[in-house]
Design a protein around this ligand. Structure first.
Ligand code: GCB
Length: 603
């Protein structure tokens, strides 16, 4: 087994220099850069004692003459000729640094899609695979006083054995798509911490703090939450961990739990002998009882929406806090208390903004459709991505569900793969619930069965279904009976259909707003008949780019299942779902028709 992976917790709160901005770039479809000292300025590699090793080394590129791309950002939406490019782009920037014996420096990449190789001052410092999770590389020994050069080879070629694999219903945006920082910390520093309510407890705050560096063992660490009058003196073990578990007797003020109605967070302060970090952290519990989902011990119904990391009202990836606030603002307007961040971990701004706004979060990894279940490297890749996802967001009260997969056809190899992944997540984080977006099948013309064997391993059963779109017309919903074989909360993680905003016609006419709205009405009535139904995240908040969607005049490269168009217009179905969510918020019994009891109470 590999050593546990730890990222620097709360990286934006550390002393850092942002490396965001315009980076010089060379587009390199033939991977030429490897032969040219990684496109270093010529003065560098040929410096005093170095000679070019071969003729190919003499190719004379001057990186600083090359055009720039904005970081964070995808290259596809920034330069027309790169719209459909898949391959290597070399990125370069420089920054000034001052070395100090008491400090360490790490390069932090929020994400690079899909593979990255990072060079600092001409030497490789590390690599990363996986397009949606952060990675960090220590560069303390590589930096020089004054000007330093970072070059990153980013390659977004799709691979059959990758996670995701070659076929996805979203755009393969390449590049340094998230923030890049140079983080500066003391030699021994507070690297990581996990501070949440303990599993199933409404009172006990527990977790661990991890120091990293030569003095990590046997150090005193103080944990303070001033507003609760809580102060704990901890001591790290020989691996640098200090574990704790603290009950109400150690606090002088009552704990207000985080919830959608009141997204209360406390300033938690950690102090070691040489370091200090603060973070606003919320405390809530999430659990299940039979088919009920309990937030802080109270039944809750998830009024959700699925969201891709598609920029609002423009092509390209969403990258900023402003994008996150706009997307989540629409979700709030819709009446949501829950968002499914599909189909991969979204940027950190999104999760933090959701937490501030009181939105519960489903977070997932791109184990999507049919990846190579039998391939140990594919598994290692997926496990690493899931680990990085949990590592980054484990202190976010908003995150209640980790999802391990989306629409993966049942077979033994797939079951083994996903069970191993589930076990890994449970080991990393015992406080949250596990789910997956499963498939369902018909046992007869009118009966949909949910009996995927993976359901036994999950806490919440996610199901994707498209009755009324890929599966018949909207009225088909009226005759469907759901046979759900698990006494667990059922969440419809997808349902929906396409409509081009502004395209009108009778409700029977596909691609019109009327059709989509009508389908939502029938869907809602169908779901209200299911006893174990505890939430939904229809597909999807806003139209998103996908090369699988070429229909001229309608799709034009966009999946049109958004309730909001690519230009920010709300379609009729937005209003239908909004009205249902308003009814549920007023009266929790509105989730169920025909006398079955719904979830009540908690926000
Ligand atoms: C699905 C997938 C999602 C697609 C969606 C669609 O089942 O999970 O990624 O985008 O259907 O629009 O077909």
């Amino acid at each position: 087994m590999s050593a546990p992976l730890h990222l620097i917790s709360n990286v934006f709160a550390r002393q850092h220099q942002s490396l965001n901005g315009e980076w010089h770039t060379i587009v390199d479809p033939y991977e030429n850069g490897y032969y040219d000292y990684r496109y270093q300025p010529l003065a560098e590699p040929y410096g005093k004692n170095k000679k070019p090793a071969s003729i190919s080394d003499r190719i004379e590129y001057d990186f600083d003459q090359s055009p720039t791309l904005k970081v964070p950002g995808d290259w596809n939406s920034q330069r027309l000729e790169l719209a459909l490019y898949e391959g290597t782009v070399w990125y370069k920037t420089s920054f000034r640094a001052q070395r100090s014996p008491g400090r360490r420096q790490f390069l932090h990449f929020g994400a690079a899609n899909y593979q990255a190789i990072v060079y600092v001052n001409g030497e490789e410092v590390g690599r990363h695979v996986g397009g949606f999770t952060p990675f960090e590389l220590e560069v303390s020994e590589r930096l020089v006083d004054g000007e330093n050069v970072v070059i990153v080879k980013v390659d977004d070629a799709r691979h059959r054995d990758g996670v995701p694999t070659v076929n996805t219903d979203w755009y393969n945006f390449g590049g340094l798509t998230r923030d890049v920082l140079l983080v500066d910390v003391p030699r021994t520093f507070i690297k990581d911490y996990f501070i949440q309510l303990e599993q199933c407890s409404l009172e006990r705050i527990g977790g661990w703090v991890l120091l990293d560096g030569p003095q990590a063992a046997g150090q005193k660490v103080t944990l303070r939450i001033a507003e609760l009058g809580l102060r704990l003196e901890l001591v790290t073990d020989d691996k640098g961990y200090a574990r704790f578990s603290s009950g109400p007797e150690q606090r002088s003020a009552p704990l207000v739990l985080w919830s959608g109605g009141e997204p209360r967070r406390y300033e938690v302060e950690l102090e070691s002998e040489g370091d200090r970090v603060k973070e606003a952290i919320g405390f809530r519990s999430i659990s299940t009882r039979g088919a009920d989902l309990l937030l802080n011990g109270q039944p809750i119904f998830l009024r959700g929406i699925s969201i891709h990391e598609q920029a609002p009202r423009r092509p390209g990836r969403a990258t900023s806090r402003a994008d996150a606030l706009e997307l989540l603002g629409w979700a709030k307007e819709l009446g949501c208390n829950f968002v499914r961040l599909a189909h991969y971990p979204h940027n950190e701004h999104m999760v933090r903004a959701a937490e501030e706004l009181g939105l519960l979060v489903w977070s997932e990894v791109p184990v999507y459709w049919t990846i190579q279940w039998q391939n140990p490297e594919t598994y290692a890749n997926a496990e690493r991505q899931v680990t990085e996802m949990v590592q980054r967001d484990k202190n976010r009260a908003a995150v209640i569900l980790w999802s391990v997969s989306n629409e993966t056809p049942i077979d033994d190899a797939r079951n083994r793969f996903l069970r191993a992944l589930i076990a890994k997540v449970r080991e990393l984080d015992p406080t949250r619930l596990l789910t997956a977006a499963l498939e369902r099948h018909y046992s007869d013309e009118h009966t949909q069965v949910v009996d995927d064997p993976l359901g036994a391993d999950l806490d919440v059963i996610g199901v994707n279904q498209y009755v009324g779109w890929y599966d018949g017309l909207p009225a088909k919903c009226d005759s469907i009976v759901w046979d759900v074989r698990y006494e667990k909360p059922l969440v419809f993680s997808e349902l929906g259909g396409d409509a081009k905003a502004g395209h009108h016609g009778p409700p029977e006419q596909r691609w019109t707003e009327e059709y989509q709205a009508d389908m939502y009405r029938h869907q809602i009535e169908m779901m209200r008949r299911i006893r174990v139904w505890r939430g939904l995240s229809p597909w999807i908040l806003n139209d998103f780019q996908s090369p699988r969607r070429p229909l001229p005049g309608i799709q034009d490269g966009w999946n049109r299942k958004g309730l909001v168009s690519d230009r920010g217009e709300k379609k009729q179905a937005f209003g239908v779902l909004q009205a249902f969510y308003a009814a549920v918020a007023r009266d929790p019994a509105a989730t169920h028709g025909g006398g079955s009891s719904g979830a009540s109470g908690a926000e």
